[in-house]
Design a protein around this ligand. Structure first.
Ligand SMILES: Nc1ncnc2c1ncn2[C@@H]1O[C@H](COP(=O)(O)OP(=O)(O)OP(=O)(O)O)[C@@H](O)[C@H]1O
Ligand SMILES: [Mg+2]
Length: 466
């Protein structure tokens, strides 16, 4: 987009005005040429214009192809560059510098090739039009000379005609240059339009209603879903979460837990079936009213460049300082904030890089705590925390969950054990469901997972909570 917009800027600043100026000059000169001598002017138009038009049509096709290619490739160059810089630690840790440099040379080379192509097209078109002009003038001089000899024209008229003829050809040259800018601008517009016209994967209908304040009943009704056609991730999922109930999703990696959370937040729509909130299909409500009642702490919490305070206020800009301090205290960040010289106004850099992963999770939780949504979705909200912080967070969770429906996705089964109900997801479906005690007593999939969790050194929540 950056380079496309720069191109457009050039087109709008200089291109269009130049184009209009040169075009007008040509029209005026043509009129003057015709009023000087009709026959000679007709010859000019007959000899030069058809050739120029034919050439320009060829150029139009060839250069559009070239410029589109160049636009695509500069985008790849910039994407590759930013990826390498953003992942610089992973690159160095894996000794991939050479390879990444080589790869970058490759994409830059492809960009150079595309530029060489448009350069060649321009090198053919520019001089050729110049030559058409010169040959045209030579032929017109011959015709005009002949007319002077046969007394159809006098020398003075011939000289006047040629003075104006020169002014007829120079705008053509300039127009050709401007045409290149225009072509570049056109391919930029094409690309930008593709981007802007990309249909969002979820869209609210024209008759979408505002979701009234909900109690928090979440229903999955025969939900099927896949990210890619032909690759189902969830099939026929049926689940009802009562208002105020907290439900933990557990299951192996890649089972579809985060996917269920994304469907509830309507980041995607089910391929078939429905997701309902308080009995209302979430497809029929405005996205704004839906998301203002849902709080999501995603698997990779995202912080923005700014202070801790602005990041916390993210979900509720009108939160007071007291509320912010309370939220910080509840998630166990009080100590950190006190230690920082600037306290809550300490900047966190782009994506929260200056904080540890655990601190980022605590901040994301505090953000959700502040926003006080009706329904909470926590995806692995405690996965990066040490035992101490985990215990603090679990206490915070109890306050956070009070009276709210919640989906807790957890690999740490200690967190799952705190939920009212546990849903085991595997292979894109629900394989087991019940209260923690029921599932442990049933000796099914969850009991096996729980034993493995204990054996691997997990904290026994059945004793911790009692
Ligand atoms: N954006 C996506 N495009 C295509 N496939 C995806 C996308 N996101 C996830 N998947 C696939 O969907 C399946 C379910 O992913 P999901 O993120 O729901 O797993 P999960 O249960 O949350 O796993 P984890 O415990 O590791 O977080 C996986 O097989 C994954 O590869
Ligand atoms: Mg996940």
């Amino acid at each position: 987009m950056t380079s496309d917009i720069e191109n457009l800027q050039q087109l709008i600043q200089d291109g269009i005005s130049q184009f209009a100026l040169q075009g007008l000059t040509m029209i005026v000169i043509t009129v003057i040429l015709f009023s000087t001598n009709v026959v000679l002017a007709l010859w000019t138009v007959l000899l030069v214009v058809p050739l120029l038009v034919a050439f320009s049509i060829w150029y139009h096709h060839a250069s559009e192809k070239g410029y589109l290619l160049a636009r695509d490739r500069i985008a790849t160059v910039l994407a590759d560059l930013s990826e390498s810089l953003y992942g610089i630690r992973v690159v160095t840790a894996n000794n991939r510098q050479r390879r990444n440099i080589n790869n970058h040379r490759h994409v830059v080379g492809a960009y150079r090739d595309a530029n060489a192509y448009t350069g060649r097209v321009n090198a053919i078109y520019g001089p050729s039009t110049l030559m058409i002009g010169i040959l045209g003038q030579a032929m017109l001089l011959g015709i005009g000379g002949h007319m002077v000899l046969t007394h159809h024209l006098n020398v003075a008229q011939l000289i006047v005609f040629f003075l104006f003829l020169n002014r007829f050809f120079s705008p053509i040259q300039l127009l050709v240059q401007q045409y290149t800018t225009l072509q570049q601008g056109r391919s930029s517009i094409i690309r930008l339009r593709e981007l802007v016209e990309t249909a969002p994967s979820v869209d609210e209908g024209p008759d979408a209603i505002t979701l009234p304040t909900i109690e928090g009943r979440i229903t999955f009704e025969h939900v099927d879903f896949g990210y890619l056609p032909g690759e189902p991730v969830l099939h026929d999922v049926n689940l009802e979460i009562a208002p105020g109930e907290s439900v933990a999703f557990v299951g192996p990696t890649g089972a579809g837990k985060s996917t269920m959370a994304k469907l509830a937040n309507r980041f995607y729509d089910p391929t078939s079936g429905r997701v309902l909130l308080d009995g209302i299909d979430i497809k029929t409500v405005t996205l704004r009213s839906l998301r203002s009642q849902l709080g999501v702490v995603p698997q990779e919490p995202f912080l923005f460049a700014g202070s801790i305070r602005t990041n916390l206020r993210f979900g509720r800009p009108d939160a007071t300082d007291e509320e912010i301090e309370l939220a910080v205290e509840v998630v166990g960040l009080g100590e950190l904030v006190e230690r920082l010289p600037e306290g809550l106004d300490t900047p966190v850099h782009e994506r929260g890089q200056t904080l540890s992963a655990g601190e980022r999770q605590q901040l994301a939780l505090a953000r959700a705590f502040l926003a006080r949504p009706r329904v909470l979705i926590l995806d692995e909200a405690t996965s990066s925390l040490d035992l101490q912080s985990e215990i603090v967070i679990e206490r915070a969770l109890d306050r956070l969950l009070e009276g709210r429906s919640a989906i807790l996705i957890a690999h740490r089964l200690t967190t799952a054990q705190r939920a009212d109900r546990i849903v085991v997801i595997d292979d894109g479906g629900i394989v087991e469901m019940g209260t923690p005690d029921e599932l442990l007593a049933a000796h099914g999939a969850y009991a096996v997972m729980y034993d493995a969790w204990l054996a691997s050194g997990g904290r026994d929540a059945t004793r911790a909570s009692s």
